[in-house]
Design a protein around this ligand. Structure first.
Ligand code: DAH
Length: 329
């Protein structure tokens, strides 16, 4: 056998043996056998002297190539054998599956669903409106004239084309009355936007539930009864409602609403929003006859309801999407 053939044979059998070495001990035996100081590769060196002078450069080169091939094959094999888990099969079908965490509704979504449910039982259906509004629905139709300070660009998110992100869900009162004839009984729930500086109780986006009931002979007693029934159903039998005189352009008379709700075991008063009897100007704006129709309206902050009901101290936590927070509810 020529020296060249001998090297080919050595390389082939070394690589085949290497492939069969599956654990560190057999790998080490392989290394000693082929690459060790008394190994088979070293043993070929003395044979070089028997190679003819003109063949020597080619054979020497081949010898070096075999050495490099075996060394790098060894390193490669070694790293695979020693890799974690390399000893077992690549896929262990007996391993238990990864636990799939159960999702849940966001605490606000849950609060919204609960509020819809309670008002639903009282005969309110749900109405929707856009979050990008025009000034007619956000202001004028609600009896908020052009020069009213509430329309200041500092206090609203105006976008192009005389539109703005709605600052209140009262817009949906107008949109609904423009569409349907009285009587009607609706709530509208959703996001509203105001450029407030963020802190524990303020966020530039929050949620409101708006209520509107229009019929003949609706009175302030009906309004207070509805709010009271909601408070009882949602916050428990010890809940109460208190209304204080106030002003809103779209109601006359207007009031602030406080509800007594259970917070950490005891009942406390929490300011939740505004309410009142629909202003005749609002009815006129939507084409209802104010001589025939009467109505009440209210708007409550849902984020605040959720915060007080679930003991959440900072409104920002609700919008950070931190699973450690969300998982608690
Ligand atoms: N839209 C008012 C606000 O965001 C809340 C409000 C007050 C809504 C009185 C009403 C209402 O429907 O009658 O501050």
């Amino acid at each position: 056998m020529s020296m060249m053939e001998h090297l080919d044979e050595l390389e082939a059998s070394a690589l085949a043996d290497l492939e069969a070495a599956a654990e560190p001990e057999s790998l080490e035996r392989w290394r000693i056998r082929y690459l060790g100081t008394k190994g088979r590769l070293k043993a070929t060196m003395p044979m070089l002297k028997d190679v003819s002078r003109e063949d020597k450069p080619a054979v020497g080169k081949r010898l070096n190539a075999v050495k490099t091939t075996l060394e790098s094959a060894f390193e490669e094999r070694k790293s695979r054998v020693e890799a974690p888990g390399a000893a077992g099969p690549a896929l262990d079908v007996t391993e238990p599956g990864m636990e799939c965490g159960l999702g849940r509704r966001h605490v606000l979504t849950r609060t919204i669903d609960e509020v819809i449910e309670v008002f639903g039982r009282m005969g309110f259906s749900v109405a929707y409106g856009p979050e990008v509004e025009d000034e007619w629905h956000n202001f004028n139709a609600l009896n908020i004239p052009d020069d009213h300070p509430a329309r200041d660009p500092i206090d609203n998110f105006y976008v192009n084309g005389g539109r703005l992100l709605r600052s209140q869900t009262s817009t949906v009162q107008i949109r609904t009355m423009e569409r349907v004839k009285p009587p009607l009984k609706i709530i509208a729930i959703g996001r509203v936007y105001r450029p407030d500086t963020h802190d524990a109780t303020h966020f530039s986006m929050f949620h409101q539930v708006e209520g509107l009931y229009v019929d003949r002979n609706v009175s302030m007693v009906d309004l207070k009864t509805a709010l009271f029934q909601f408070a009882r159903a949602y916050f428990g039998p010890g809940a109460e409602v208190r209304i204080r005189p106030s002003f809103f352009p779209f109601t006359e008379p207007s009031a602030e609403v406080d509800m007594k709700m259970k917070i950490k075991g005891s009942y406390q008063w929490v300011e939740l929003g505004g309410c009142g009897m629909v202003d005749p100007n609002v009815f006129e704006a939507v084409g209802y006859d104010p001589e025939e129709w009467t109505g009440y309206a209210f708007g409550l902050g849902i984020d605040r309801i959720a915060m007080r009901k679930y003991g959440i101290a900072d409104i920002r936590w609700m919008f950070e999407n931190d699973a450690r927070f969300l998982r608690q509810f």
